[in-house]
Every structure is written in C-alpha cells, then in structure tokens.
Design a protein around this ligand. Structure first.
Ligand SMILES: N[C@@H](CCC(=O)N[C@@H](CS)C(=O)NCC(=O)O)C(=O)O
Length: 282
C-alpha cells in the first residue's frame, strides 16, 4: 500500500482514546476500527448510543494482516466480530459494511431498558423515509465529500464545481429534515444522524485544505437558502455536541494530518482510488 497511509498516528487520541480504553477488555463482541475512519465512527456511535458492551480493537487497515483478512476479505474497517453460540463452544462471525453493522446492532441490542430506543422510527413509512435519506448520505453526500477533498488542479472539474456539488447535496438533505429539529427526524437522534455525523465532524478540513473553504454561507448571507442553512446550523450543532459523537473523536490535529493525503490526492486508500477513477466507493 506504500508508506503513504501507514504513516498515520497509530492510536486514538483525545476523547476517543478514553472511550477506547474503557472498551479495551476482552469481549466476545469486537469492533475492529481505525480512529481516523468515518465509517468506523458510524459503528462506534451506534455502540455508544445503545450502550452496548464491546471490545474496541485498533488496527491499521492499510497494513492488511492475514488475521484481519480472514475476518473481512475486503480488508476494510469497520469489521465487527459477532459472538455466535456454536453449541458448547462460543465462536465469532464477522460482519462488515458500516451501515449493515449499525443496522445489525440496532436490531440485536433492542432491550429498551438497557439499550434505549431504536435508532429507527417505529412506523414503517417513517422508517422507509429515514432509509431514503440514509441512502442520500451514502450515495450522494459522501462521494461528493471525497471529490471535493481530493480536488487538485489536474482534475477535469473545478474546485467551485466540487464545492457546489457537496453544498447542493447538503441542502437537499437538510430541506427534508423535521423543521422543529434539532435532529433530522425531530427530537430523537436517529440512524440518519449517525450516518452523516462522522463527515460532519470532518467538514472543517475543507477550511484547512481547500481555497475558499467549505463555503456554507454565514448567517444572514444565505439569500434564498437562508432557511436551509439556518436549519443546517441547528442540526450540525446538535449532532456535533452529541455525547456519542464527541466520545468517538480523536484530536483535531490528527485528522488534519490524516487527511493531508486526501487533500493532495496522493492516498492509495480504496475510497480515494475509487473517487479518482469515478467508481462507486468500496
Ligand atoms: N463501505 C465501507 C467502507 C469502509 C472503508 O472504506 N474503510 C476504510 C478506512 S476509512 C478502509 O478500511 N480502508 C482500507 C483500504 O482502503 O485499503 C463501509 O461502509 O464500512
């Protein structure tokens, strides 16, 4: 994979280090993660929200150890090792794909007294509608995030086009949010919020790395989009300050270091390569 992505800070830091340490003891439910990875943070937030006992195991997915590949042939984090009772011998089976992991955790850990409410609405229509916006996050917002982050002068599209694409998808998203808020579905934090939260926490990187920054207009300067951006600020503030989000974040400077290779478009990560080649993200 080259030295590019293996020079990452090796461990969680800040509040994520505290949370990881609390979950460092051997447990049959194991989350294999990388502190920098937004897909991992989705799974981590879900574990935290639902108060699920587990072990967090930090790995560098760019160094594909045989043991890790045996669990997840795709060699990606997050990977979840799930306990399965095979008669007398407890065993583990792997699960991967962040959205699949989150859905699984929500479904299996459903004891309201210890796990709290489901992260999905109970009503079938509302649940299906939540999935539309989860799909919008994964299929539209996230690919646009990487196209913007990996923009260089060598691209066939301009920086302004990349920025407009991301902002357009964010506006479409927030216009569908419950107007009262603060979360997407209203007063309850839900899976829609979980799915976008990690990238929300990384939006500051556009101000660090891209000329003109993220480009969300300041209050009062949103023109015809003023209401949408005001609603965006309410959502962003509520999600960024959610305990489960704060507890799964490392130090800002470490993200700045980790995303330099994305901003310069030199990283060899699967996500970056797919973005470069115009393919669907892994
Ligand atoms: N679709 C996957 C994406 C996971 C992913 O791309 N993880 C990255 C880290 S952020 C990874 O493991 N990369 C290793 C590689 O690209 O070789 C998910 O949602 O879980």
């Amino acid at each position: 994979m080259g030295s590019v992505d293996t020079s990452l800070h090796a461990h969680t830091s800040g509040r994520a280090a505290v949370y990881a340490e609390k979950h460092s003891v051997t447990h049959p439910l194991i989350l294999y993660g990388g502190w920098f990875c937004p897909f991992v943070q989705r799974a981590w937030i879900t574990l935290h929200e639902k108060n699920i006992d587990h072990q967090y195991f930090e790995i560098n997915p760019y160094k594909k150890e045989a043991e890790f590949l045996a669990l997840n042939p795709r060699g990606l984090v997050p990977t979840l090792a799930v306990p399965v009772d095979k008669g007398s011998r407890p065993d583990q089976k792997p699960l991967y794909e962040s959205s699949v992991i989150c859905e699984y955790l929500d479904e299996v850990y459903a004891d309201e007294s210890s796990n709290g409410p489901s992260l999905y609405p109970v009503d079938a229509y509302e649940k299906a509608r939540a999935r539309i916006w989860i799909d919008h996050v994964s299929g539209k917002i996230i690919p646009a995030f990487y196209r913007f982050m990996q923009h260089t002068d060598a691209k066939a599209y301009t920086l302004d086009e990349a920025r407009a694409e991301l902002l357009g998808h964010l506006k479409t998203f927030i216009r569908e949010a419950d107007p009262k808020g603060p979360f997407f579905l209203g007063s309850q934090f839900s899976m829609v919020d979980v799915m976008l939260a990690p990238w929300l926490c990384r939006l500051f990187l556009f101000d660090v790395y891209k000329q003109g920054g993220l480009g969300v207009p300041a209050r009062g300067e949103g023109g015809e989009d003023e209401n949408a951006w005001n609603r965006w600020r309410v959502w962003a503030d509520a999600v960024e300050n959610r305990e489960s989000v704060l507890d799964t974040l490392s130090e800002r400077d470490h993200y700045v270091d980790a995303y330099k290779r994305y901003a310069e478009d030199t990283t060899q990560s699967g996500v970056a390569k797919a973005t470069r080649e115009g393919r669907r993200l892994p």
